[in-house]
Ligand binder design. Structure first.
Ligand code: FES
Length: 94
């Protein structure tokens, strides 16, 4: 019997906190997961082509003295590297 290994992490958007439970292969990348589960307006406008920068997330550091690590969520595959991290979805500013 085959078991799915779940990946758990946290998304912050505005004043909301989302506890995410997913598994490798459920979504192509973090952008797709965010668009399907949270649907922020104007998020990921180029559908993951890496051209629009509207899918930015900040990975919150374990040590609050460090700066968050900024990433394009369309370049983050859903895998164990996301586990137990906290991501802030950055607002789109035209
Ligand atoms: S969706 Fe456009 S850069 Fe990520």
């Amino acid at each position: 019997m085959l078991f799915k290994r779940y990946i758990l992490f946290t998304l912050l958007y505005g004043d909301e906190t989302y506890q995410i439970k997913t598994f490798a292969g459920e979504y192509d990348d973090l952008r797709e997961l965010i668009n399907k589960q949270i649907q922020p307006p104007n998020f990921g406008r180029c559908d993951g082509m890496g051209r629009c920068a509207t899918c930015m997330v900040a990975i919150q550091p374990v040590n609050p003295a460090n700066k968050p690590d900024l990433n394009l969520s369309c370049q983050l595959p859903i895998n164990d590297e996301l586990a137990n991290k906290v991501f802030s979805i950055l607002p789109y500013t035209p």
